[in-house]
Design a protein around this ligand. Structure first.
Ligand code: PD2
Ligand code: ZN
Length: 323
């Protein structure tokens, strides 16, 4: 399961059961509240000890049971295709700092909120977890296993102790909050990186030039990234320097490059959410609100790896072109 059950959800489940709701009714409520079909079905199946099954989805329903780790069929366009509808226009504008541009971008997120399958130009992916109000989506199958392996292989010999941005100087410095190793790819560094960047532009609805170079992170047992914000705090002088390069970070996309044996989930402590790494999956979340303010609920961290290793690639995407 990718979206874990929060305490809030458990309380909701118990109180509704006590007041006499059926599991079918609770299933319907979860879907209406925006939970992914897979998550809602798994959750209720588990809570009923396996006794409950969702009713078969009607033909054409969004609640598809397909696993979706397939490439797009012939005829797929270069834009985002959501459940068969083409939603590609949002990526044409470079500067998303204006109110109308942000509104258009959020409207596109709302389209994603109702979808289960998307086609990202050359590849089909499945949305299996979401918190749509905050622009958080978990998608399976965004990268092929071969792309994941190629990115790990190209990084393995180059990784170094990770750094964070010093809020005072704006320089990258080592920090105990981030016990991982990393490197990065220049934009368009090789054909795999190019293909991935193009796909992420389609997924995000933000143009390729707004993306920073992909950051690769490698965690060993005990490695973690304590909760932080990906946005820059405009109140600190070092971050003001960062803002000169394309403005604020609007969006983060974390790509999971391997299956992790134990731990290593990405958590949102303010929302009670955790997303577990799965090779080829992507976690996308917004660092800004619909009004263009910084989003405090975007606080997120990488839980300690308890067994095995974890490899991710992170794409931070600015409101304007990253220069
Ligand atoms: O490794 C993660 O799960 C993680 C968590 C928080 C990565 C990042 N932030 C990041 O790359 O910004
Ligand atoms: Zn982060």
């Amino acid at each position: 399961m990718f979206q874990t059950a929060s305490r809030e959800l458990e309380d909701w489940f118990k109180s509704n059961l006590e007041r006499g709701c059926t599991l079918d009714q609770l299933h319907e409520s979860l879907l209406q509240a925006g939970y992914a079909a897979d998550f809602a079905a798994d959750y209720l199946r588990q809570r009923s000890g396996g006794a409950w099954q969702p009713a078969a989805a009607p033909a054409g329903s969004r609640a598809s049971a397909s696993t979706g780790d397939t490439t797009a069929g012939a005829g797929a366009g270069s834009g985002l295709d959501i459940d068969g509808r083409d939603i590609c226009s949002a990526a044409t504008l470079t500067d998303h700092s204006s109110k109308p541009a942000l509104e258009a971008w959020w409207a596109r997120c709302d389209e994603l909120a109702a979808a289960t399958r998307v086609t990202l130009g050359d590849r089909a992916a499945q949305i299996t977890g979401r918190h749509a109000r905050n622009g958080i989506f978990y998608l399976r199958g965004v990268l092929s296993p071969g792309e994941c392996d190629a990115m790990i292989e190209a990084s393995a010999a180059r990784i170094r102790g990770s750094t964070v941005v010093d809020p005072t100087t704006g320089q990258f410095v080592p920090d105990a909050r981030r016990s991982s190793f990393g490197t990065h790819f220049e934009r368009g560094a090789d054909p795999v990186v190019k293909a991935v960047e193009q796909r992420l532009a389609v997924l995000s609805g933000l143009p390729e030039p707004n993306g920073e170079g992909l950051q690769i992170l490698h965690y060993r047992v005990g490695g973690e990234y304590r909760p932080h914000f990906d946005y820059f705090d405009p109140a600190t002088p070092g971050c003001a320097l960062q803002l000169k390069h394309g403005g604020q970070r609007l969006l983060t996309i974390i790509l999971y490059l391997n299956d992790v044996e134990g731990g290593g989930g990405t958590v949102f402590p303010e929302l009670g959410l955790e997303f577990l790494p799965e090779k080829g999956a992507a976690l996308m979340f917004a660092s800004m609100t619909r009004e263009g303010a910084l989003q405090p609920q975007s606080l997120h961290g990488g839980s300690p790896v308890t067994s095995g290793v974890k490899w991710i690639a992170t794409r931070w995407i600015r409101v304007g072109a990253y220069v």
